[in-house]
Write a protein of this length. Structure first.
Length: 155
């Protein structure tokens, strides 16, 4: 990596209730891990309505807002923070378009999604959103700092 690269960029990634119900947790984590990103925070929770509303506050005035937050708080989600160069933009590419039927095969929504309102996964859409969402879902002590570099016990 170039010396100037920001290898510490972070994104908030969340497997939505439909993704958990459909047993997609391992596959989704595998994609980020194999790309080379670093998992620094993860937890399973059923989000309170208030947390779901805060998460999607940018859509508060939209007609679909109540349906959106009810869905998010309807079951368990896997909330994660992934770290690495360009992780925000790249994870949006890995996730695919909002409409699963418009997202390319090879993307998470393109491979697994069928319903616009139940599209498996969320990813932050900008640095500002990522910082806001990470602070909303995680305490700083829940984020691990560690190296993935080779250790003496690896070959
Ligand atoms: P997300 O925030 O969940 O990662 O999805 P996104 O960026 O691709 O899409 P966004 O525009 O942020 O919308 C958030 C979620 O709201 C639902 N939605 N419904 N016109 C509609 O009925 C409508 N528009 C958006 C989608 O489920 C979308 O994921
Ligand atoms: Mg969004």
């Amino acid at each position: 990596a170039m010396a100037t690269a920001n290898n510490k960029e972070r994104s908030f990634i969340m497997i939505k209730p439909d993704g958990v119900q459909r047993s997609l947790i391992a596959d989704i984590i595998k994609r980020f891990e194999q790309k080379g990103y670093k998992l620094i925070g993860i937890k399973v929770l059923v989000p309170a309505k208030q947390l779901a509303e805060a998460h999607y506050e940018e859509h508060a005035q939209r007609p679909f807002f109540q349906k959106l937050v009810s869905f998010l708080s309807s079951g368990a989600v896997v909330a994660m923070v992934w770290e690495g160069q360009e992780v925000i933009k790249f994870s949006r590419n890995m996730i695919g378009a909002t409409n699963p039927l418009a997202s390319a095969p090879g993307t998470i929504r393109g491979d697994f999604g069928v319903d616009f309102g139940h599209n498996v996964i969320h990813g932050s859409d900008s640095l500002t959103s990522a910082e806001r969402e990470i602070a909303l879902w995680f305490k700083s002590e829940e984020l691990a700092q560690y190296d993935l570099t080779m250790q003496a016990w690896t070959y």
